[in-house]
Design a protein around this ligand. Structure first.
Ligand code: CU
Length: 117
């Protein structure tokens, strides 16, 4: 194989992998859900993640941060991310996430859930 053809194939492979971005697949609590006060948030994505380059921030209705620590890996699941929460009271919460997949592409999103009285 010529060096030029090899480079072309390498580029084609890199380009096809570039479409494997991490999209949100599952969330606990789920988007729009009304739940008893959770102690952590777990998000599942479509691709394996670079945990150190990914984040979850949870805020109350006044914008106060209730996530208690940086997002961390879920043992045994490289496509999931979780974050522990401070004690939360009833009300509306937003989850803002940034997921960097192993191909280094970053996808962000947010959703809301409600803690019932
Ligand atoms: Cu990608």
């Amino acid at each position: 194989m010529s060096r030029r053809l090899g480079l072309t194939l390498a580029f084609a492979l890199a380009t096809s992998q570039a479409f494997a971005h991490a999209h949100l697949k599952t969330a606990s609590p789920a988007e729009g859900a009304t739940v008893a006060a959770p102690t952590e948030i777990t998000l599942g994505f479509t691709e394996e993640l670079e945990v150190k380059l990914s984040s979850i921030t949870v805020k109350d209705a006044r914008g106060g941060v209730v996530s208690a620590a940086p997002a961390e890996a879920v043992p045994g699941d490289r496509k999931a991310l979780k974050v522990r929460l401070k004690p939360v009271s009833p009300g509306a919460y937003s989850v803002e996430w940034a997921a960097t997949s192993v191909d280094t592409h970053r996808v962000t999103g947010q959703y809301r859930f409600t803690v019932r009285p």
